[in-house]
Design a protein around this ligand. Structure first.
Ligand SMILES: Nc1nc2c([nH]c(=O)n2[C@H]2C[C@H](O)[C@@H](COP(=O)(O)OP(=O)(O)OP(=O)(O)O)O2)c(=O)[nH]1
Length: 334
C-alpha cells in the first residue's frame, strides 16, 4: 500500500505553536498564520494519555446522551447540547452544538454549527446573527507522550480593539473555564472508551476497494453491511483477533495494518475499532462463510450498501483513504 496510513493523523494538522505545549492558556492577538492580528484568539492545550482515535471519539460523543460522561453534570460549565442532524452517534458537518456560557445565575446560549469534521479536527462556527461571529477549532495531534488536544476560539464582535477589551474583561475568563470543564469531560469519556470491551473490524483493502460483508444473523442485524471481524477474546491482542476472525468468517489470511478512524461506540457499550488490512499474498480468495454476501466497494460505491449505524461514522475516513490510494496509484502509473 503506497499511503503511509500511520501518519494519518498528521495529514491536515497544523503544528501547534510552542506556547501550546505548556498546557497553559494563551491569549494572543491573531496567529502566526498571517490571519488578522487584531482578531483575538484564545487557545489552550492538554496532553491526554490515549491514542488520537480514542480522543477524537471522546470529543465527538454526544455530551447530552444518557451514556455521556458524568463529568458533564459534575462540571456544569461544560454544558453543551448537541442537536445532531446526521444519523450516526458521532458528530457530523451541519450538526449544531449549543453551549450554555454561564453569566451570573443564567446561561447565555451560543449556537454553533459544525463546518468541518475530520479525523484530526472539529471546527465550529457560531450561527448567531451578524455582526457577531465565533470560530471554535479543536485539533488533535499525536505525540510520543500521548495526544495533544488544542482548543482555540476566535471571536469577531465589533472588531479590533473593542473585541480585545471585551475579551480581556469578559470572554477570556468564561471561555477558559469552559475549556477546562470540557477537558475534564473528555478525559472521563476517554477512560470510559478505553475500558470498554472491544470489537475489531478489518478494512480489507485491495486495488482501491474495501471488502464489505452482509450480515446473516441475528435477525435485527441481518441484511445490513459491516466490515469482517468480531469480539476480542480474553488475552488476545486486537490484531490477533482480526486475523482469527478473518480465517473464521472469510477463510482468508490477512496482514493487519494501522488503525483507521475513531473508536466507534456500539449501542451495547462495547467499542468498535477498525484496522486497515491486506490479504496475504498466499491467502485463498475470501468467501462468505458466515455472511450472506461479500462485495468489494470503491470509494464511489460506499453508499450503495446499508451499513450498520456505527460503520456510517467510519465512512468519511474510509472514503478519504480509498480516494487517496487511488490518486496515489494513478500518480505512480504516470
Ligand atoms: N464485526 C463487526 N461488527 C460490527 C460492525 N459494526 C457493528 O456495529 N458491529 C457490531 C455488530 C455486533 O453487535 C458486534 C460484533 O458481533 P459479531 O457477531 O460480529 O462478533 P462476535 O465475536 O461478538 O460474535 P461471534 O463472531 O463469536 O459469533 O459489533 C462491523 O463493522 N464489524
Amino acid at each position: 500500500m503506497s499511503i503511509d496510513a500511520a501518519r494519518w493523523w498528521d495529514l491536515r494538522l497544523p503544528d501547534p505553536a510552542p506556547s501550546a505545549h505548556t498546557g497553559h492558556p494563551v491569549a494572543v492577538p491573531g496567529d502566526a498564520d498571517g490571519n488578522d492580528r487584531r482578531v483575538p484568539l484564545l487557545r489552550t492545550s492538554a496532553l491526554i494519555e490515549a491514542e488520537p482515535s480514542t480522543v477524537v471519539a471522546a470529543l465527538r460523543l454526544r455530551l447530552d446522551s444518557s451514556d455521556a460522561p458524568a463529568a458533564t453534570e459534575a462540571t456544569p460549565d461544560s454544558a453543551a447540547r448537541i442537536e445532531t442532524m446526521g444519523t450516526g452517534q458521532l458528530l457530523g458537518v451541519g450538526d449544531r452544538v449549543v453551549y450554555g456560557i454561564p453569566f451570573g445565575r443564567t446561561r447565555i446560549p451560543v449556537r454553533t454549527r459544525l463546518t468541518s469534521v475530520d479525523s484530526g479536527e472539529l471546527r465550529a462556527t457560531a450561527v448567531a446573527g451578524s455582526p457577531w461571529r465565533l470560530d471554535h477549532r479543536i485539533t488533535v495531534t499525536e505525540t510520543r507522550a500521548g495526544t495533544l488536544l488544542t482548543e482555540s476560539l476566535r471571536w469577531y464582535w465589533f472588531g479590533g480593539l473593542l473585541d480585545e477589551i471585551l475579551g480581556a474583561l469578559f470572554i477570556r475568563r468564561i471561555v477558559l473555564r469552559m475549556f477546562a470543564a470540557r477537558e475534564a469531560s473528555i478525559r472521563a469519556a476517554v477512560q470510559r472508551l478505553r475500558a470498554a470491551p472491544a470489537v475489531v473490524g478489518a478494512a480489507l483493502v485491495r486495488a482501491e476497494t474495501v471488502l464489505a460483508a452482509q450480515r446473516a444473523r441475528p435477525e435485527t442485524l441481518a441484511g445490513r453491511w459491516e466490515l469482517p471481524g468480531g469480539a476480542v477474546e480474553t488475552a488476545e491482542t486486537e490484531q490477533n483477533a482480526l486475523v482469527r476472525e478473518c480465517v473464521e468468517e472469510l477463510g482468508a489470511q490477512v496482514r493487519v495494518g494501522p488503525r483507521i478512524g475513531p473508536d466507534l461506540p456500539l449501542p451495547d457499550g462495547r467499542v468498535l475499532r477498525i484496522y486497515l488490512a491486506m490479504l496475504d499474498p498466499a491467502s485463498d480468495e475470501p468467501q462468505a462463510r458466515e455472511h450472506r454476501e461479500l462485495r468489494w466497494l470503491s470509494a464511489e460505491q460506499l453508499d450503495e450498501v446499508d451499513w450498520l449505524p456505527a460503520d456510517l461514522d467510519l465512512l468519511p475516513d474510509l472514503r478519504w483513504f480509498l480516494t487517496a490510494s487511488a490518486e496515489n496509484s494513478a500518480n505512480q502509473r504516470r
